[in-house]
Design a protein around this ligand. Structure first.
Ligand code: SF4
Length: 116
């Protein structure tokens, strides 16, 4: 995927997340993010966020869940398809990030991971 396509995914998913009035915006959202709001039925995770300032491009999230995350030309992760995996897999992928740059929230804007 080239950088233009990566930007398109980021803009599309960020705009869809901004427009999702049924999912509360968390208080602690960072400035430079790629995010996706999930539409999947029966999931606890409603928002997947990559903190792009925190991402170091280690790529384990991409290895784990390549339909959810990809790396752009700057070697920073972005959200591709927020609905591509079940909650458990998304959480395992977030846990695989060595710098905890992937943040997960529920519908009410409460942080599910990392819990600190
Ligand atoms: S695992 Fe973390 S540091 Fe590595 S690419 Fe994914 S978000 Fe970035």
């Amino acid at each position: 995927m080239d950088q233009a396509q990566a930007m398109q995914f980021m803009q599309k998913n960020n705009a869809a997340a901004d427009a999702a009035t049924d999912v509360t915006v968390p208080d602690d959202l960072m400035d430079d993010i790629s995010q996706g709001v999930r539409k999947k039925e029966g999931t606890e995770i409603a928002r997947v966020v990559v903190d792009r300032q925190g991402c170091i491009g280690a790529g384990s999230c991409v290895v784990f869940t390549d339909e959810l995350f990809q790396l752009d030309d700057d070697n920073l992760a972005f959200v591709v398809d927020p609905d591509s995996y079940d909650d458990e897999t998304v959480r395992l992928s977030a846990e695989s990030c060595p710098v905890l740059a992937i943040h997960l929230y529920d519908k009410g804007g409460n942080k599910l991971f990392p819990d600190m």
